[in-house]
Design a protein around this ligand. Structure first.
Ligand code: AMP
Length: 126
């Protein structure tokens, strides 16, 4: 694993407070904010505050405290949105696009939390 982190990516700028965001949740190691171009009625991005390019980078290099905080933050966002199936919510989908095949646009790990309408199949058939 050899990842070079680009600290000029847009989420790094959000974390430094250089550009605004609509914050949903802010914890010691994690920030969640509304996607600027939502693809569903609910579309929140959850990012670690550390400099991780994608999920495998994070999973291998982050501390246990960061991983626990990030995972719990995703669940807290689902709770905040009221979409947890176990609580009567309509459900949700998590997505973490990575690299070229995943069509990742911003090279800082982000998990998309999407909900608010039926989301269809997981992947389009080719
Ligand atoms: P991905 O294709 O998985 O890298 O997704 C990048 C996401 O970041 C897209 O859904 C964009 O709409 C979103 N995005 C880009 N710039 C911003 C921004 N300044 N604030 C919030 N979301 C953003």
């Amino acid at each position: 694993m050899a990842y070079a982190y680009d600290d000029q990516n847009i989420f790094a700028k959000i974390l430094r407070g250089e550009i605004p965001n609509k914050t949903v949740l802010d914890t010691e190691h994690t920030l969640a904010f509304h996607d600027i171009a939502p693809q569903a009625p609910e579309h929140v991005l959850v990012i670690p505050k550390g400099a991780y390019v994608n999920f495998d980078h994070f999973a291998q290099a982050a501390s246990e405290a960061e991983i626990v905080d990030f995972t719990r933050a995703i669940a807290a966002v689902c709770k905040e949105l009221g979409v947890e199936p176990g609580e009567g919510g309509m459900g949700y989908r998590l997505l973490a696009n990575s690299g070229e095949a995943g069509v990742q646009e911003v090279p800082h790990l982000h998990v998309h939390v999407v909900s608010g309408r039926p989301l269809g199949r997981m992947l389009q058939k080719q």
